[in-house]
Design a protein around this ligand. Structure first.
Ligand SMILES: C[S@@+](CC[C@H](N)C(=O)[O-])C[C@H]1O[C@@H](n2cnc3c(N)ncnc32)[C@H](O)[C@@H]1O
Length: 314
């Protein structure tokens, strides 16, 4: 298993200069997604033991960490934890899965492309859920049938790019993918109570319809629609869907989308809702719970540790 590319050379060399040994081969503990940098105990190392207590050195190291890493120091071991959503220690450090999702070649190729482009808020764990969901609906559809996928909440386009590349790899030419976003962040009308969690009108404004459209141009089956989903849904009213990814972070557009796409979801179709049961996005759980209590349709509901919730139409 190679080191994640994001853990770049400068970090490794600085870590070494500070007296940490970067383990080779076993350096990435796959089960925990950790990188262990063990402080050199050897008295002949140029830095000696006291370097460990050098807060400046550790601060410097922290500054160089790529997004998605945190640094924790425990006695002589510094643990670089990778990822936003790792499984808690309570499951046991020795309860290892047999493989890491990043060892799945197709998945890794496609997810890593988006990760390196830095165009998605989704990390490998959540992308893997999208990957599995897409694989399932594609596999279960008759080979001649065309499928419709949609992502609502696109931001810089990485999630859509990933879904498009998965669809191309697994079902070339058979999937039409829609991508809907205001491309100017949350709309005032969607935040009637001011801030929702950590959300306000200033978030997600550093993107643009034109640049996302250009980014996704290589996929002929992707249609990018600008505007609130509530205002663009009419264009989609005659369609049915197989996969819906809702990632808008707030209550009103999530509830609207659940109502709109819930009734247009084919049997066996999957709605993936991001940020379920998160303190930062309280409106998502509220919307799903409300929707499930009112809908006449039947869904399997699966809450995942990744922070996503699946609704699978029966
Ligand atoms: C968390 S970001 C989406 C992240 C994206 N899926 C990714 O892979 O990085 C949330 C997005 O939802 C969009 N959004 C919020 N309210 C919306 C609405 N009513 N209709 C469409 N998009 C909306 C915001 O503009 C923002 O770009």
């Amino acid at each position: 298993m190679p080191l994640p590319t994001a853990l770049n050379k400068s970090i490794k060399s600085l870590a070494k200069r500070l007296g940490y040994v970067v383990f080779h081969k076993s350096e990435l503990d796959i089960s925990e997604g950790c990188l262990l940098l063990r402080y050199k105990q050897n008295e002949y190392t140029p830095f000696g033991k006291k370097r460990l207590d050098n807060p400046k050195g550790v601060e410097l190291l922290k500054k160089l960490l790529p997004v998605g890493y945190v640094l924790k120091q425990k006695q002589e071991i510094v643990v670089l934890k990778e990822g936003y959503h790792y499984v808690p220690d309570i499951y046991g450090k020795s309860a290892n899965k047999l493989s890491d999702i990043r060892e799945e070649e197709t998945f890794f190729d496609l997810a890593n492309a988006v990760y390196e482009q830095q165009t998605s808020c989704l990390y490998f764990d959540r992308l893997h859920v999208l990957y599995q969901a897409a694989g399932n609906v594609i596999r279960n559809a008759p080979p001649e049938r065309r499928l419709n996928f949609i992502e609502v909440g696109v931001y810089k386009g990485g999630g859509t790019y990933f879904l498009a590349s998965v669809a191309e790899r697994l079902a070339k030419g058979r999937v039409q993918l829609f991508a809907v976003d205001t491309f100017s962040g949350h709309d005032k009308q969607d935040l009637p109570y001011g801030e929702e969690g950590k959300h306000n009108e200033q978030r997600f404004t550093d993107t643009a319809f034109e640049s996302v459209q250009a980014y996704l141009k290589e996929f002929p089956n992707v249609a990018v629609l600008q505007g609130r989903i509530q205002d663009r849904a009419e264009r989609l009213a005659d369609l049915t869907f197989d996969l819906v990814h809702l990632d808008v972070d707030i209550y009103l557009p999530t509830l609207f989308s659940l109502r709109f796409f819930g009734e247009r979801l084919n049997p066996g179709g999957i709605i993936i809702v991001d940020d379920y049961n998160y303190r930062t996005c309280p409106g998502i759980k509220q919307a799903i719970d409300e929707y499930l209590s009112e809908t006449p349709f039947s869904f399997y509901k699966v809450e995942l540790l990744s922070g996503q919730c699946l609704l699978i139409r029966r």
